[in-house]
Design a protein around this ligand. Structure first.
Ligand SMILES: Nc1ncnc2c1ncn2[C@@H]1O[C@H](COP(=O)(O)OP(=O)(O)OP(=O)(O)O)[C@@H](O)[C@H]1O
Length: 253
């Protein structure tokens, strides 16, 4: 990988006296999708919380060439990191337009970019966000981060967790489109999605980085994938394909 947009070295986190991260190294490329993988409890979410300064941490987190250690979450995010939480954090009873408006930070919010990537959001501006399809809700969640022109990285935390396969496909489409505009750190367990979207990956195990490199290389190595990710059978490393992108129709989940 050429120079990283985000470079994490020796990240350690202790929560409630418990050592959760023991030394995470992670490089996020300045373009495309970098996947953060690992079994349940490996430390993925804590790593994201560490990057965002939401938990006390030691080690180095350099974003866009500047050390963020010691900065508050507010300051770190202000430097240009958008965060899409696992539950997407959208307001179901508010319209799409209202959800986006609430996220405006710039004097000149980037509606041009958001609507170019996600024309559905313009068409459905007056629709309650809770009635959108799962993929369209993800577009709202990502769109909110992209409204802020200073955001040059989006972190998406397990965007497909617990979703039906059809919705996973919709979310994949949303992420694929977003990745054309902004680099993404994708925390994910769905290997089909990783295969489709990610260029690079890092794998955590027991709070440490156990592997880092091109995503395709890891997924092509059945033994390594099995050891690192706990996929049970050889067939699991050649995951069921995520269905090809279908035009978004909306209205269902
Ligand atoms: N606030 C906390 N207090 C105590 N233990 C915690 C806390 N937060 C996380 N842990 C523990 O730290 C470990 C890593 O958790 P984390 O949520 O970062 O893992 P993860 O890889 O994101 O897992 P999952 O995929 O299941 O969400 C787990 O064993 C978890 O139980």
């Amino acid at each position: 990988m050429t120079s990283s947009l985000l470079s994490v070295r020796g990240l350690k986190v202790v929560v409630g006296g418990r050592h959760i991260l023991h030394g995470v190294d992670l490089d996020v490329a300045p373009v495309g999708v970098t996947a953060l993988l690992g079994r349940n409890g490996a430390g993925k979410t804590t790593t994201v919380r560490g990057i965002l300064g939401l938990v006390p941490r030691t080690g180095s987190v350099i974003y866009d060439g500047l050390e963020t250690n010691g900065l508050t979450t507010h300051r770190i995010v202000q430097r240009g990191i958008g965060y899409v939480p696992e539950d997407r954090g959208i307001f179901a009873s508010l319209t799409v337009a209202e959800n986006l408006r609430l996220a405006e930070r710039d004097p000149d919010p980037a509606y041009d970019l958001v609507h170019e990537l996600f024309p559905e959001l313009r068409q459905r501006a007056r629709q309650a966000a809770g009635t959108l399809s799962g993929g369209q809700q993800q577009m709202v969640a990502i769109g909110r981060t992209l409204l802020n022109r200073s955001n040059r990285l989006v972190i998406a935390d397990e965007p497909t967790k617990g979703l039906a396969p059809r919705v996973v496909t919709e979310v994949a489409v949303a992420l694929e489109r977003a990745a054309q505009a902004v680099p993404i750190l994708l925390v994910e367990q769905n290997l089909a999605l990783v295969r489709r979207l990610a260029d690079h990956c890092a794998v955590l195990a027991d709070g440490r980085t156990a592997h880092a490199g091109p995503a395709a290389e890891l997924l092509a190595d059945a033994d390594k994938s099995r050891t690192l990710l706990g996929v049970g059978r050889r067939a699991d490393t050649a995951p069921a394909p995520v269905a090809p992108a279908a035009p978004a129709t909306g209205g269902d989940h």
